[in-house]
Each structure stands twice: as C-alpha cells, then as structure tokens.
Design a protein around this ligand. Structure first.
Ligand SMILES: N[C@@H](CCC[C@H](N)C(=O)O)C(=O)O
Length: 314
C-alpha cells in the first residue's frame, strides 16, 4: 500500500525539485507562491494539490504562480486590451482546480512580486495585473493592498431588484435549509444569512454545503451574520465563515467577503452603506462600492498581505 502511494504521489512533487517557493497569507487564507519569470514552470493540477497538501507538501488553500502574461494564452488575450498587465496570477485551489479569481490571493501575489524584486511598487502606487477573472488594479498602502475587483453580478437571471433569494442551502449545523443568493465576483459565491453568531459558530463545515440549484461551475458558500444594528459609523458590519470550492473551510475569502457585502446590502435596501467591514476567522477585510470608469458599479477589496517563509523544494 505504501509503495503504491509513493509511486502515485511522489512523481508530481519530484518534477518540481529545486524550485524556489514562498508561503504567504491574507487574513489566514494561505498560499504557496512560485515565481516563474521565464514562464517555464507551469504547475498542473496534481502538482498544485501535492504542494498544497498540509501533511505531505508545503500546505496551502491555493497555489499562485507569478508568470508574465505573455507566456499564457489567457494572459496574451488580456494584453491586447491592457498591455500594462505584465504579470499574471496563475491561481489553483488546494485540490488543483483552477479558479477565475482569488481576492486575498491578489493582494498576496502583489506583495510577493514586490518582495521578490520583480516589481517596483512605491507606497501609494498602483499595479495592473492579469487574472483568469480579467484585469485587476491593486493600490499599495504599506503592506496593505486595495484591489478593484470590477463589477459584481447575480449568477441566476431574474428580476434582480425583486429577488431576495435564488437557492436553498443545506449544511451540517443548519436545522432546515436556508434561503441564499448567488453572486459572481468573477468566481461564484452563494451567500446565506444567519440570525445569530451562535448559529454561525455551530456550523460544521468539514463537508461541503448542498446548494440547490447550484451555479453552473459549483460555488463557494458564505454564511454571514449582519451586526445588530448593521451600521456603525457609516460602515456595515458582518461576520462570516466560508466553505470554499476546491478547498474546504478557510480562514478567509476575499471574493467571498465582496459577495457577502453585495448580498447583505441588497437585502438591507436603499439605506445600506457603501463601506463594509467583514470579520472572518483569520482577521478583517474591507469592502467598498464605487462607480467604475465605465459607469458600472465596482467593488473594492482591501486588507493585509504577509509572506511568512521562502525555501527550495527538495
Ligand atoms: N480564497 C479566495 C477564493 C479562491 C477561489 C475559490 N476557492 C474558488 O474556487 O472560486 C479569495 O480570497 O477570494
């Protein structure tokens, strides 16, 4: 049995031997990072899963490869409209699957580029990067980063102003299925509101919640408790836990925090603020709504980024 395991698992890892990596996180959402300035270290699903394995690898909620956009077909497509998006965040979840977007990951990605000396980004400066969810602009303030995540949208069609829910979610810890709203931040999210913090604490998120109907490419599920009263000093306050597609429960999810603010603002109606503070098990992130250049409403995500270690794969 052991021989079979090592034969099937080790090759994925062995082909990466000698490669330098870093480990970083944004509010506890942690990533293995690889710099690939020459575009020669494409990481496949098996290799990403092996690196993110918490017992046999480095361990992480996802893997981020920093690669010039010109080396990826998706990147070259973006460069046609945004030649300034020189760097591309090639992101995979811990199970090796690709995701369009990772909000905490974007901040850690830019911080990593800086610390590796691959970019020069002064305090207050902005950097435009490519992702599978499109081009994003990131502004640095010290070791905090604010990302223009672009416009949000509801995943399921229908009268957006009238609808309060579009699916039902069952999960271990919920007595009955709860209504939910599915929101795209480039990647899919389904937001479920709970009344009490004790209910949120009682959720057991070892197994994936069941969402019906589930968005076409699966979903990340956010359980949220709006503060009572909701608004403090003009800021909407929310506590959230998340079960991520392709990962499991994580300490934080940036795109999930944006989706949570979208859903709660929608439920709260006209009086709801445009600035939000989302408390997650790993810390606090900020979300703001603002008018983008094209007239669409955009979402900004802000929060810290940390690199904790670097090394070489043996
Ligand atoms: N943690 C991320 C989201 C990562 C991708 C997600 N698991 C998916 O599959 O969409 C974030 O901070 O946004």
């Amino acid at each position: 049995m052991d021989a079979t395991l090592s034969e099937t698992r080790q090759p994925a890892f062995r082909t990466l031997g000698g490669l330098r990596f870093s480990k970083g996180h944004g509010t506890g959402n942690d990533f293995v990072l690889i710099a690939d300035p020459e575009g020669v270290h494409a990481v496949d699903a098996g290799q990403a899963a092996a690196l993110c394995d918490r017992h046999r690898g480095i361990g992480g909620d996802g893997l981020i490869r920093a690669v010039p956009s010109r080396f990826l077909p998706e990147g070259r497509e973006l460069l046609a409209d945004a030649p300034e998006a020189e760097w591309f965040m090639d992101y995979r979840n811990a199970d090796g699957s690709l995701s369009e977007m990772c909000g905490n990951g974007v901040r850690v990605f830019v911080h990593f580029l800086r610390l590796e000396g691959l970019i020069d980004l002064p305090d207050g400066g902005a950097l435009t990067i490519g992702t599978r969810g499109g081009v994003k602009t990131v502004v640095r303030t010290g070791d905090n980063y604010a990302v223009d995540m672009g416009p949000w949208k509801f995943i399921f069609p229908g009268d957006a102003t009238a609808k309060a829910m579009d699916s039902l979610v069952s999960a271990d810890g919920l007595e009955v299925p709860r209504p939910a709203l599915s929101v795209s931040m480039g990647n899919p999210h389904t937001v479920v509101a709970l009344a009490e913090l004790s209910q949120l604490e009682g959720m057991r998120l070892f197994t994936a919640p069941h969402v019906d109907p589930v968005p076409p490419h699966g979903t990340n599920v956010e359980f949220v408790v709006p503060a009572e009263p909701l608004v403090h000093d003009g800021i909407g306050m929310v506590t959230m836990r998340v079960h991520e597609r392709g990962v499991g429960e994580t300490q934080s999810c940036g795109t999930g925090a944006c989706a949570a603010a979208v859903a709660i603002r929608h439920w709260a109606g006209a009086e709801a603020p445009d600035a939000w503070q989302i408390n997650v098990p790993g810390g606090v992130v900020g979300v703001k709504f603002f008018a983008g250049a094209g007239g669409d409403e955009h979402v900004e995500l802000s929060g810290p980024a940390v690199i904790v270690a670097s090394g070489t794969l043996s």
